[in-house]
Design a protein around this ligand. Structure first.
Ligand code: ZN
Length: 497
């Protein structure tokens, strides 16, 4: 075939599947502890080991968590749901089937709204969220990294078998690796704000796969997709998707066809590699679990959970942007710590519609308060001395010019160490800023007389000498003089011959 080759422009089509281990006291269908990091094979019972005759009982809290996740994403909660058996063999799965949900998941639809790094908005709809149980964990011993055939032996730990696992499936609506990561970040934050999971990728409580395909820009049909696995950080999600898009582009550019397959992400080499093709795809032979009665979700119970949703990250973002006038970078710094965000919003609510006050409070929180917390190695809700009220008082005192910023810092330190009300401390100890020109003028005269050299330096054109003189005024006034007022009085006096 001949003819002119036209460089084709492609767009990426990405969907995400995310597995989230739920934070509960016990496992999904038995009373064993749901705890990460225990001695191998110590959190087991006949139910999670699937011994003959053992019967599962659903964990009510896990069901609540999934419904709350759905409500936070504005999803529909069907009144009827059921558990199904997903049949496949895997050495770390004691039942040789997994209790999951096939055609009647707990949550249907929903949308995750997110903000990108530059603050622009994006969103991606959800297909469904369902509840299942996790598998155990294999450790492959022997040569290589364990994935290589010929490993000598494998160890299995069933502690994780039966841990409640929530699977979130998105629609293929993401168009870039950046958006996929932003979507995942907001999904992670949503579950963190709801308190339903630790969402730690490094401990495996958040795991995700990405379905990636490309198509000519303007086309509405989907290209052939590949499923990418083994990504263990948001950075590797970004790199893997980026690399897979590039790989598919070069396959098509060379006149080839993308094969539908599962590909693993190779972090060290920065490429994806084929794991299994579609022909090897499993037939799971789903059927309703005969040991579990279907779930009927009462509308009143769902409404009660809806009322308890609380603050979600995208709403927090919008409030921090609107009420506090914070920049995207500052909001990103805050957003990962729900307790810090709640603390700031509680402070801001004390003077609604006062953006200057909100900004001052945010600056104190992001600056000195965060530094002090880091120095003490505590989180904002791990300390009991600094209250939202105290932060508000500090910001108000500094804004009104009632105290110098130096005094404000010292006050914050004191309140953080011993508690109390900044306003009361200022009144009791006479820490109010000296803003009376006649009183400062007296100190200025005293300082000029005692620092003839600095005075002569300034008058000889050494502009910097003013700093030394202001410093002396602050020292003599014990840090209480208004520094701007001190400087302007000094300049006025120094101009006189
Ligand atoms: Zn158990």
């Amino acid at each position: 075939m001949s003819g002119t080759m036209v460089e084709q422009t492609y767009e990426a089509v990405i969907g995400i599947e995310c597995h989230v281990e739920l934070k509960t006291a016990s496992k999904m269908f038995c009373g064993c502890r749901n705890e990460f990091g225990g001695e191998p094979n110590t959190q087991l019972c006949p139910v999670c080991l699937a011994l003959p005759g053992a019967l599962p009982v659903p964990n009510r809290v896990a069901v609540e968590h999934v419904v709350r996740a759905g409500l936070a994403c504005g999803a529909a909660i069907p009144s009827f749901s059921k558990f199904d058996r997903k049949n496949y063999f895997y050495p770390d799965m004691p039942k040789d089937y997994q209790i999951s949900q096939f055609d009647m998941p707990l949550v249907s639809g929903g949308v995750v709204r997110f903000r990108r790094e530059d603050g622009s908005e994006g969103s991606c709809r959800l297909t469904r969220i369902h509840l299942e149980e996790d598998t155990g964990k294999s450790t492959h011993m022997g040569s290589g990294d364990g994935r290589i055939a010929g490993s000598t032996h494998s160890l299995v730990d069933f502690n994780r078998a039966g841990v409640p696992l929530m699977e979130v499936v998105s629609e293929p609506e993401l168009r870039s690796a950046e958006d996929a990561v932003a979507f995942l970040e907001y999904l992670r934050l949503t579950f963190l704000y709801l308190g339903i999971s630790d969402v730690k990728m490094e401990e495996g409580s958040l795991r995700c796969d990405a379905n990636v395909s490309i198509r000519p820009v303007g086309s509405t049909e989907f290209g052939t997709k590949t499923e990418i696995k083994n990504m263990n950080s948001f950075r590797s999600v970004w790199r893997a998707i980026q690399s897979e898009i590039e790989r598919q582009r070069s396959v098509l550019a060379e006149g080839g066809r993308v094969a539908q397959e599962t590909r693993g992400w190779d972090e060290a080499n920065g490429i994806t590699h084929s794991m299994r093709s579609k022909e090897q795809a499993h037939d799971y032979r789903y059927f309703p679990d005969p040991d579990l009665v279907p779930l009927t979700l009462e509308a009143a119970w769902v409404e009660d959970l809806r009322a308890k949703t609380g603050l979600i990250p995208i709403a927090a973002y919008e409030r921090l942007e609107r009420a506090c006038g914070l920049a995207p970078a500052q909001i990103r710094q805050l957003l990962g710590d729900p307790a810090l965000v709640r603390f700031l919003l509680q402070t801001v609510d004390m003077r609604p519609d006062d953006v200057a006050f909100a900004q001052a409070a945010a600056n104190w929180l992001l600056g000195d308060v965060l530094r002090m917390l880091n120095e003490r190695g505590v989180s904002i809700d791990g300390q009991r001395t600094l209250t939202a009220q105290a932060l508000a008082e500090c910001a108000e005192l500094a804004m009104a010019g009632a105290i110098t910023s130096k005094t404000a810092k010292e006050l914050l330190e004191r309140v953080m160490a011993e508690g109390g009300s900044p306003k009361e401390i200022v009144a009791r100890e006479g820490l109010a800023q000296l803003s009376d020109p006649s009183m400062i003028a007296g100190i200025v005269d005293q300082v000029m007389a005692a620092n003839a050299k600095s005075v002569a330096d300034f008058q000889a054109g050494k502009e910097n000498a003013i700093k030394a003189l202001v410093g002396q005024v602050m020292k003599v006034s014990k840090g209480k003089a208004n520094p701007q007022l001190a400087e302007s009085l000094l300049r006025e006096r120094l101009k006189q011959p």
